[in-house]
Design a binder for this molecule. Structure first.
Ligand SMILES: Cc1cc2nc3c(=O)[nH]c(=O)nc-3n(C[C@H](O)[C@H](O)[C@H](O)COP(=O)(O)OP(=O)(O)OC[C@H]3O[C@@H](n4cnc5c(N)ncnc54)[C@H](O)[C@@H]3O)c2cc1C
Length: 390
C-alpha cells in the first residue's frame, strides 16, 4: 500500500498534541493528528488541571480559552507542612498577575481544544491507533489502525504526543524512570467553607494533598501510598469525607459532599534527549511529572508552543523542517524549562514527603523564610507561572 504524505504527523491527539496542531494553524504546513480514542464525548477524565497564567495566555492565543466551559481563578496559594511550623502564602498581587492560575478539568480542556481543532479545519483522525513508526534521514513513517484497516503515513517530522506510550520504540532515546510509590486520588469535594480563590497545598509524610478552588467547591488531589489509595477509593462517601477531614485538618471545616473519585499511579519519567532522527517528543511523551504544584500540562503546552515557533521560523526562512539542526534548536530551547520542572517537582516530593523530623523542621523554616521574603516569593511565583525561564 502506498503511504499518504504530509509535513507533520502528530501521534496522540490529547491536549498537548491538539495545542501543537492549533499553534500551526494558518501556516502552509500540512498536519495530521492521529488519536487512538474514539469520540471525544467519551473522554470522561475528571482530573483537575491547574493552568498557570502563562498557559492561559497561550490558550488565548490559540483561540481555546473562550471555549472553556468552566474555569476558576486561583488568587492565592497557601502552602503548609502538616504537623510542623511554617507556611507560605503566594498571591497574584505579589506576582504582578491577575490570577496565579485557573482550575479547569481535563475533560473540559479536551473538549475546548477539540472544538477549536474542528473550527480551524485541522485534520484530526479519531479512533486511529499508531502501532509502529520508523524514520530515515528524510522522513518518518507511521503505521496505524483505523476501523480495523491498516494505514501508512509519511511525513518530514513525526511528533510524539501520546502521553508516554510509544517512546520505547526509539532506539537512541533513553528514558529515566522513577516510580513514586504514590497514587493521586482526585474528586470534587464540598466543604462547610466555600472556596474564596485560595488553593491549598498541604504536605504530609504520605504525600501532598491539594484542594483547588473549583466553581464554589474544591477539586481534590490527594496523594498517598498505593495501598492507602485503594482503601480510600473503596470507602463509602461518609467515611471518605471523615478521612479527608482528619488528613487535611480543620481549615475549611468539615467536608460535606464528594463527587466521583478516580486514582492515578504516579511516576517521574523523562526522555534524554527529547528528539531523534525526524522525531520530536512533547508533553507527557517527553516528561511525566508528579502532579505536585501542577506543572505537567503547563510544561507540555510550552513544549508544543515552542516547537510550533521553531517550525514556523523554519518555514518563514524557507528551511526544511525536521532536520537535525531544527530538532537540536527545539531540544536546546526546552532544556532549561524541562529540567526546571522536573527538579522542582521531584525535590518538593523528596523534601516534604518523608518521615525525617529534622528535614521536616528545615522545610518548615524554609516556608517561613520564603513567606518573609517578597522578592523570593515573586521569583518562585513567576517560575511556576511562566516556567524555569520565568
Ligand atoms: C492526578 C493528576 C493531576 C494533574 N494535575 C495537573 C495540574 O494541576 N496542572 C498541570 O499542568 N498538569 C497536571 N497533571 C498532568 C497533566 O494531566 C498531563 O501533563 C497532561 O495530561 C499531558 O497531556 P498530553 O497531551 O501530553 O498527554 P495525554 O493527556 O496522556 O494525551 C495523550 C493522548 O495520546 C493518545 N494516544 C496514546 N497512545 C496512542 C497511540 N498509540 N496512537 C494514537 N494516539 C495515542 C491518548 O489516547 C491521549 O489522547 C496532572 C496529572 C495527574 C495524573
Amino acid at each position: 500500500m502506498q503511504d499518504k504524505n504530509c509535513d507533520i504527523v502528530i501521534i496522540g491527539g490529547g491536549p498537548v498534541g491538539m495545542a501543537l496542531a492549533l499553534a500551526l494553524r494558518g501556516s502552509c504546513l500540512t498536519v495530521m493528528l492521529l488519536e487512538a480514542r474514539g469520540l471525544p464525548e467519551k473522554v470522561g477524565d475528571e482530573r483537575p488541571l491547574a493552568l498557570s497564567h502563562g498557559s492561559y495566555l497561550i490558550l488565548q492565543r490559540l483561540g481555546v480559552w473562550d471555549k472553556l466551559r468552566r474555569h476558576t481563578s486561583i488568587k492565592t496559594i497557601h502552602i503548609s507542612n502538616k504537623g510542623f511550623f511554617g507556611r507560605t502564602v503566594l498571591t497574584a498581587e505579589d506576582a504582578g498577575v491577575p490570577a496565579l492560575g485557573y482550575v479547569v478539568n481535563y475533560h473540559d480542556l479536551y473538549h475546548a481544544l477539540y472544538d477549536a481543532t474542528l473550527e480551524n479545519g485541522i485534520q484530526y483522525q479519531i479512533g486511529a491507533t499508531v502501532k509502529a513508526f520508523a524514520t530515515d534521514q528524510l522522513s518518518g513513517h507511521v503505521q496505524y489502525a483505523h476501523e480495523d484497516i491498516e494505514n501508512n503515513m509519511s511525513a518530514k517530522l513525526l511528533v510524539l504526543a501520546d502521553g508516554g506510550h510509544l517512546g520505547g520504540q526509539i532506539a537512541d532515546i533513553a528514558f529515566q524512570t522513577q516510580a513514586y510509590e504514590q497514587w493521586a486520588i482526585v474528586a470534587n469535594v464540598k466543604a462547610e467553607t466555600p472556596q474564596t480563590g485560595i488553593a491549598y497545598e498541604r504536605f504530609t509524610s504520605d504525600g501532598p494533598v491539594a484542594l483547588l478552588p473549583s466553581g464554589s467547591d474544591f477539586a481534590l488531589v490527594w496523594t498517598t501510598s498505593p495501598e492507602t489509595a485503594n482503601t480510600i477509593l473503596a470507602l463509602d462517601e461518609k467515611y471518605f469525607l471523615h478521612r479527608l477531614h482528619a488528613h487535611f485538618g480543620d481549615r475549611l471545616g468539615r467536608f460535606i459532599a464528594a463527587g466521583k473519585r478516580a486514582g492515578f499511579p504516579l511516576s517521574l519519567k523523562y526522555a534524554i534527549p527529547p528528539t531523534s532522527q525526524r522525531i520530536a517528543l512533547i508533553g507527557n511523551a517527553a516528561q511525566t511529572l508528579h502532579p505536585v504544584a501542577g506543572q505537567g500540562f503547563n510544561l507540555g503546552l510550552r513544549d508544543a508552543y515552542e516547537l510550533a515557533q521553531v517550525l514556523l521560523a523554519a518555514v518563514s526562512d524557507n528551511r526544511e523542517i525536521g532536520t537535525p539542526s531544527m530538532l537540536a534548536r527545539y531540544s536546546q530551547l526546552r532544556r532549561i524549562d524541562g529540567q526546571g520542572g522536573r527538579i522542582f517537582t521531584d525535590s518538593l516530593i523528596k523534601l516534604f514527603s518523608n518521615d525525617n523530623t529534622l528535614l521536616k523542621h528545615l522545610c518548615g523554616m524554609g516556608l517561613i523564610v520564603l513567606d518573609n521574603c517578597p522578592p523570593m516569593k515573586r521569583f518562585v511565583s513567576r517560575r511556576m507561572i511562566f516556567g524555569a525561564r520565568g
